[in-house]
Design a protein around this ligand. Structure first.
Ligand code: SAH
Ligand code: SF4
Ligand code: F3S
Length: 441
């Protein structure tokens, strides 16, 4: 006799924003998996659509509402379709989302998504956006023993206490919380057992992580050393770091831990001390440059990337030139740059804005410089042999795509590697946003 199992329900998740949201979407999929939901790539076929949202800039938040508008005909045709909004817009706007878009059934913030199954069953209210005492990670189902892609994310720290004047994260993600070392190590062991060879540790302020481990208080450098002892874990990365939390032990780990990849994303936002102060960044341009020197002393081949905000309230031409000057001095492998977007509830929201045309011109000038630097760094890779972890097949027959030690995308024409292989590759050509390489025999 076989018990009849009901047909699996289908869950469609769209993820906006940062890598933390990518990780959260995976955890929500696992939590709903325990309820009998399987993931679908086809929104029209789903029983539940979950939009995991980002609030960082106005454009990011508005995307949610245009996507919800597009869901109206689907919901009209299938009223039993459940629509959920998760992530940072859910946290920031809460019930307002349902007032504006009544087709939304559930609203769940980043710190309460372990309650999603109970919400979906209708056992608890459909809006959950508090910052609970309990730790969501203690309430999420243990990952199932399914095979994973070779590179995975692992959240170690969440929230932020830095309150940069432009940023919504302290409000949407809440106060800084570090997960216990033992939980992180056991999740890492589980990932390795499922085929993962590269882990990127995630946190809004990842290098501010601290906790109790064997022998006492651990800082982030110590955590990386512990992960370096994990057999089968070939690569460690982390993002995003704050310059003020780059401790000595973490810098030394870049020298000592071979699995820690020679790549660091270290947002600076501006090169002007006046603007850094107005942003509440609590460091100067000189302190940032000195820090870069120390990191490069520890790991001379490290590549650096950053984030910049252009047109922050009060930014003058001289401030802008100071930023260009800092970029010239560092030489970045890549950087994200954004025009300042005033966000409700942040300290800078009401400050007078820079003329949009001026801000746009500055952004273009800054991006042109960053593009030149990116090209130069990529060109410099040509002729070098680097490690490449292969992640997927390319679009052309026989083409494989992986990430280099330096996080460049590398295309290789070969039938001799599989997804999950880590191989030595000689870089032969630099393209716009990727490199081409050949396997080293
Ligand atoms: N925790 C990270 C990044 C947070 S958000 C850090 O401390 O750097 C990612 C990037 O978005 C930021 O680095 C910043 O460059 C940009 N950003 C944040 N708020 C913004 C705003 N209001 N307008 C424009 N860009 C913003
Ligand atoms: Fe936002 Fe600043 Fe915190 Fe980064 S450090 S998340 S930019 S408040
Ligand atoms: Fe966006 Fe929230 Fe990440 S605002 S950048 S999804 S922490």
């Amino acid at each position: 006799m076989t018990a009849s199992t009901p047909a699996a329900k289908k869950l469609f998740i769209k993820t906006y924003g940062c890598q933390m949201n990518v990780y959260d979407s995976q955890r929500m999929a696992e939590a709903m998996g325990a309820e009998g939901y399987v993931l679908t790539e086809d929104q029209a076929d789903a029983d539940m659509v979950l939009l995991n949202t980002c609030h960082i800039r106005e454009k990011a938040a508005e995307k949610l509402y245009s996507d919800l508008g597009r869901l109206k005909p689907l919901k009209a045709a299938r009223p039993d379709l459940k629509i959920g909004v998760a992530g940072c817009v859910a946290q920031a706007e809460g019930a307002e989302i349902i007032r504006r878009m009544p087709l939304v059934d559930l609203v769940v913030g980043p710190q309460t998504y372990h309650r999603l199954p109970a919400m979906a069953r209708g056992e608890i209210p459909a809006i959950q956006t508090d910052f609970p005492e309990e730790d969501k990670f203690d309430h999420l189902p243990a990952a199932r023993a399914t095979r994973r892609a070779p590179a995975a994310f692992l959240t170690v720290q969440e929230g932020c206490d830095k309150f940069c004047a432009f940023c919504v994260v302290p409000y949407t993600r809440g106060a800084e919380v570090s997960r216990p070392a033992e939980h992180i190590l056991s999740e890492a062991r589980d990932l390795v057992a499922r085929g993962v060879r590269e882990i990127t540790l995630l946190g809004q302020n990842v290098n501010g992580w601290h906790g109790t481990g064997t022998g006492g208080e651990w800082g982030f450098g110590r955590l990386i050393r512990a992960l370096g002892e994990l057999a089968g874990l070939d690569r460690i990365r982390y993002t995003t770091s704050h310059p003020n939390d780059m401790g000595d032990d973490l810098i030394a780990a870049h020298r000592d831990v071979p699995q820690l990849m020679p790549y660091l994303h270290l947002p600076v936002q501006s090169g002007s001390d006046r603007i850094l102060k107005a942003m509440n960044r609590k460091h100067t341009a000189q302190q940032y440059l000195r820090l870069i020197d120390r990191i490069r002393e520890a790991r001379p081949d490290i590549l650096l990337t950053s984030d910049f905000i252009v047109g922050f309230p009060g930014e003058t031409d001289q401030d802008h030139r100071d930023t260009l000057d800092l970029i010239e001095k560092v030489g970045f492998a890549m950087a994200y740059s954004f025009r300042y977007s005033p966000r409700p509830g942040t300290p800078a929201f009401d400050r007078p804005e820079v003329d949009p045309a001026v801000a746009d011109a500055r952004l273009q000038e800054l991006q042109a410089l960053l593009t030149r630097q990116q090209k130069a760094v990529q060109q410099d890779m040509v002729g070098r042999t680097v490690g490449v972890l292969f992640e997927k097949a390319g679009r052309e027959p026989g083409q494989m795509i992986g990430k280099s030690d330096y996080l460049h995308s590398v295309f290789v024409q070969t039938d001799a590697v599989q997804v999950g292989d880590l191989r030595a590759v000689r870089i032969v050509e630099s393209a716009a946003n990727s490199l081409r390489g050949e396997l080293v025999a």
